[in-house]
Write a protein that binds this ligand. Structure first.
Ligand SMILES: Cc1cc2nc3c(=O)[nH]c(=O)nc-3n(C[C@H](O)[C@H](O)[C@H](O)COP(=O)(O)OP(=O)(O)OC[C@H]3O[C@@H](n4cnc5c(N)ncnc54)[C@H](O)[C@@H]3O)c2cc1C
Length: 407
């Protein structure tokens, strides 16, 4: 039974999570007739955008070229926050720390120098005096950038969806896109409820992008992630006013974490966790004892006052890599797979980029780092790995998973 108006739209957006919700809004704001289709409820806990908090940081060790996009992302987060009338972005400062010559500290420092960002460099000992929750090795260096903080992902999605609806977008939740095909006038999309047509299609289905877009099948690989919340024994050291968000490169790997917020626990996780890849529907969604043991071992060494009983543990599958482009064969189709475990902070500006691509086919933002072409090239060319302990720059022609981490 049809509940909606005509089945013809300017743009259909598949997946109304972090990226899709923002895309729906920026398209509707431009006067486009938009349909956003989401397989689950909005928001939900089966994709990549749940868990109460996501780090946002302006210092970017992955590559200084992200900073321009981030400046715009911050502006757009502030805009949607004003429109929603609630705080979505909390500023705590951000710490990027590790051994002096390693890529996390060096890359973050370089991005500050290139873009003239305010920052301070602290030793592990100085960091602990300023922020007593941190117990880093005294000779590690920490880059403190005052604009870092965290976003509230579920509230961000809700805010974008409500703003999109107010601008006239139709949002269908609990409806699954089964397939799409090109037509003379654009695309036809078949769901488990109906068939729709549009001039343009944006695929922002997160970990499921590979199932919907043929050229992403082998490139967008879901990965299991696990997060822990521990009850601090000294809560006063883990509150947002005294605990900046962090990215740490330590002997055990690369970890990230947050102050206590919403859930009464110190939240943290390890990038790539146990490197368990698989189909988005197949990965184990239950947190296991070995997940908890590994995460707790990290906290005991670097945040010993956080290590009370476990408050919450959950898996947040899946993760995959940045890809933003138009389809090589069907220019009326574009896709956004901006993850690698660090994509949420960009959702606002990626929404704007996707709206650009779906309306004009080009964008004023420099997204060359995220083009499909670089990965196709990388498959044909031997991987060039970052030299250990020297370079840190993310090479646009190397697949992120081909970079040898320095630990
Ligand atoms: C554990 C973890 C921690 C992270 N931490 C950070 C962080 O601190 N900072 C940061 O910036 N980023 C972080 N990230 C990355 C960030 O969360 C992701 O980049 C972002 O959430 C991805 O958003 P998305 O819109 O691509 O995917 P999602 O939000 O998952 O949205 C995709 C949507 O598409 C829907 N969908 C799929 N298939 C269909 C279909 N066939 N029909 C209809 N709908 C469909 C899904 O149900 C889903 O709602 C983290 C990621 C993880 C997993």
């Amino acid at each position: 039974m049809r509940q909606y108006g005509s089945n013809r739209y300017d743009v259909i957006v598949v997946g109304v999570g972090g990226m899709g919700s923002a895309t729906c809004y920026y398209l509707a704001q431009r006067g486009k007739r938009v349909l956003g289709i989401e397989r689950h409820g909005i928001p939900h806990t089966k994709g990549s955008s749940h868990g109460y908090t996501r780090i946002i940081r302006l210092a970017y060790y992955e590559d200084p070229s992200y900073v321009l996009l981030l400046r715009r992302a911050y502006e757009l987060w502030r805009d949607i926050e004003a429109r929603a009338g609630e705080q979505l972005l909390h500023i705590t400062g951000s710490i990027d720390a590790g051994p002096e010559h390693e890529w996390v500290f060096q890359g973050s420092w370089e991005s500050c120098r290139v873009h003239d960002l305010p920052h301070e460099v602290l030793t592990g000992a100085e960091l602990r005096r300023r922020y007593p929750g941190y117990h880093l090795p005294p000779d590690h260096l920490a880059l403190l950038q005052p604009d870092g903080g965290f976003l509230r992902p579920e509230r961000c999605i809700i805010s974008y969806v409500q703003a999109a609806q107010a601008e006239g977008a139709e949002i269908h939740a609990c409806e699954q896109v089964l397939e799409w095909e090109p037509t003379a006038g654009g695309v036809r999309v078949r769901t488990d409820r109906d068939v729709y047509e549009a001039e343009r299609l944006v695929v922002s289905a997160g970990a499921w992008n590979g199932e919907l877009v043929d050229c992403l099948r082998d490139l967008s690989v879901p990965e299991r992630q696990v997060l822990a919340w521990l009850q601090p024994t000294h809560l006063e050291h883990f509150l947002p006013e005294v605990f900046p968000v962090f990215n740490l490169l330590v002997d055990e790997g690369r970890f990230y974490g947050f102050p206590v917020f919403d859930v009464p626990g110190f939240k943290f996780g390890k990038y790539h966790h146990f490197e368990e890849m698989g189909g988005a529907n197949d990965l184990d969604r239950e947190a296991r004892d070995d997940d908890e043991a590994m995460l707790r071992q990290f906290a005991e060494r670097y945040f010993p006052e956080s290590c009370g009983p476990t408050m919450n543990l959950f898996t947040n599958t899946p993760d995959h890599h940045f890809l933003i482009d138009t389809h090589p064969t069907y220019p009326q189709v574009s896709f956004a797979s901006p993850c690698s475990g660090h994509g949420f902070k960009f959702a606002s500006v990626i929404g704007e980029v996707m709206a650009d691509l779906a309306t004009t086919g080009i964008t004023r933002h420099d997204v060359s780092l995220f083009r499909l072409e670089r990965l196709v090239g990388a498959q044909r060319t031997p991987a060039i790995n970052r030299p250990r302990g020297q370079g840190w720059r993310l090479n646009a022609f190397v697949r992120p998973e081909e970079i040898v981490p320095p630990w």
